[in-house]
Design a protein around this ligand. Structure first.
Ligand SMILES: [Zn+2]
Length: 247
């Protein structure tokens, strides 16, 4: 019995050292990742876990209505199921990033398996769009000891605002308030256009789209620019900031 206890204790400790501890340390100190941009009055909307057959086209329609460009961190197997939606994202000027082929956690994968997930998802994106992806967001924001190496050459992007939009709520009022509270220049918002992930509610994206249909015209009227990550994270002073340039 005593041996079993020690074997289990060592196994749990190793698992924590491999997954949870690196995740906490990397994220607290923002090691090897980007969580926000630095431009005045710009915002990056990012959508994870799609494409979804029902909700992603609705979201794309809404973004198009307000001439907003966003970034989608897609799941490779969903992209294979709905390639036309990925092609539409690309055609309409959105950025597409890597979020693994399946929605798998880095905690339970060897570095080699994680590298395969990243590379395979990247090649699905390239096959569908003709462009190499530039950004990687690990599912659930989970790292293991080797993620900073396995992610190369892709840039890891997390978020400045997360909104629990993967859960159903009676209506979109509370989510809209949470979005308003987090609105600061340089923000990277994490939202979800697919509720098929473990722990999410399948119908939750409907609520998110409802909240955005009020939030987007509000921020546009406040002169916020919603940009793809490539533009949001650009080192150069944005051409989209006339107020600053005129000073
Ligand atoms: Zn995800």
């Amino acid at each position: 019995m005593e041996i079993l206890f020690w074997v289990l204790s060592i196994a749990v400790t190793l698992l924590l050292m491999y997954g949870l501890v690196p995740t906490v340390i990397f994220r607290i100190f923002s090691i090897g990742m980007t969580k926000r941009g630095h431009h005045h009055k710009t915002l990056a909307l990012t959508f994870d876990d799609g494409p979804n057959r029902t909700y992603t086209p609705q979201l794309l329609d809404l973004l198009q209505q307000y001439h907003i460009k966003a970034t989608f961190f897609i799941v490779g197997e969903c992209a294979n199921r709905y390639p036309e939606i990925v092609k539409r994202m690309h055609r309409e000027g959105h950025s597409i990033g890597i979020h693994h082929v399946k929605h798998t956690s880095n905690w339970y994968m060897t570095p080699f398996a994680a590298k395969r997930e990243i590379n395979k998802c990247a090649s699905i994106i390239e096959k569908l769009t003709g462009d190499k992806p530039r950004y990687y967001r690990p599912p659930w924001g989970r790292f293991n000891l080797f993620t900073l190496f396995t992610a190369r050459p892709y840039q890891i992007v997390l978020w400045s605002g997360i909104f629990k939009d993967w859960k159903n709520e009676p209506d979109s009022t509370a989510l809209l308030e949470r979005l308003r509270r987090e609105l600061h220049g340089g923000g990277i918002f994490l939202l979800h256009d697919n509720g098929a992930t473990k722990g999410a509610d399948p119908e939750a994206p409907a609520n998110m789209i409802q909240a955005l249909s009020t939030f987007l015209p509000e921020i546009v009227s406040q002169s916020y620019q919603c940009l793809r990550l490539e533009d949001h994270l650009s080192e150069f002073e944005s051409i989209h900031e006339p107020e600053k340039r005129s000073i």
